[in-house]
Design a protein around this ligand. Structure first.
Ligand code: 13P
Ligand code: ZN
Ligand code: NA
Length: 283
């Protein structure tokens, strides 16, 4: 069956590690994430943006995860990453998904509180956990592009007010990471993270982890991050390996052959990120 990510994150917080959330797109990417997590006995979250659910089909993704839960004899946390619409979340909760992110970060503070509170009220009736975002990340996720100059760091006092007003289970904060890779190495605001964490026990989420040096991710976890989102590095590893395969085998046309190196490359990134998160052996 499918589970919320609430217990996973609270356990990680007590244990001083983070749960990695990997963005998946189809059968193969779900397989490689779950296989690697099982081998390393790591908790894991499977994340899909609205674009992913419409690409693959919500029922197919739920069906694959339910089958995998049976095969691995473990509940699975399938998550709605960066969802922006209440009705979209409601439909997916009714389809069985128990972990949601409502991203109201492009709204005003009050507007973000309003939509987040509405999502929390609905989701908690279905035992679905809710992550929200305060502040705004730069970069591109799905079709939303945020210029660096429009990125906004999370204000610590506003974060506490937001958590109290909404009843969320976890909060995504903006401390200098961005979606996608970086032109220059990101300068993270660790002090800001430390201050936010000193004011709340609500699990904190780091988005945009692709391209962030391992030691910076580790420092974020030491300072209280309990969920680390990785998307772009997985896509790059997969695509580069498949491209290389076609360079070496220009006549290839069998997906059962050319997808294999993509999965293998993706697996290495997953292993690395699980180690950086400190989540190996914690499942
Ligand atoms: P990256 O693409 O930078 O890994 O960001 C992932 C993310 O935040 C998904 O929500
Ligand atoms: Zn994100
Ligand atoms: Na990134």
């Amino acid at each position: 069956f499918l589970v919320s990510s609430r217990e996973m994150l609270l356990k990680a917080q007590l244990g001083g590690y983070a749960v990695p959330a990997f963005n998946i797109h189809n059968l193969e990417t779900i397989q490689v994430v779950l296989e690697t997590a099982a081998e390393m006995r790591s908790p894991v979250i499977l994340a899909g943006t609205p674009g992913t659910y419409s690409y693959a089909g919500t029922d197919y993704l739920v069906g694959i995860c339910l089958k995998a839960a049976h095969i691995y004899q473990t509940p699975i946390a399938l998550h709605m990453d960066h969802h922006e619409s209440f009705s979209d979340i409601r439909t997916k909760v009714e389809a069985g998904i128990k972990s949601a992110m409502i991203d109201g970060s492009h709204h005003s503070f009050e507007g973000n509180i309003d939509i987040t509170r509405k999502v929390v009220q609905f989701c908690h009736g279905w035992d679905c956990s809710v992550e929200a975002e305060l502040g705004r990340l730069g970069g591109q996720e799905d079709d939303l592009i945020v210029e660096d100059k429009d990125a906004l760091y999370t204000d610590p006092d506003a974060a506490i007010e937001f958590i109290n007003a909404t009843g969320i289970d976890s909060l995504a904060i903006a401390i200098g990471t961005a979606h996608g890779m970086y032109k220059e190495q990101p300068q993270l605001d660790f002090d800001r993270l430390g201050i936010i964490r000193s004011k709340t026990d609500t699990p904190l989420v780091l988005h945009g982890a692709s391209g962030v040096p391992d030691e910076d991710v580790r420092r974020c976890i030491e300072l209280g991050i309990t969920k680390v989102n990785v998307a772009t590095e997985l896509k790059i590893a997969f695509a580069d390996a498949v491209k290389q395969y076609f360079i070496e085998h220009p006549q290839a046309n069998d997906p059962r052959h050319y997808i294999i190196p993509g999965k293998a490359a993706m697996k290495q990134v997953i292993q690395d990120k699980i180690r950086v998160c400190g989540s190996e052996g914690k499942a």
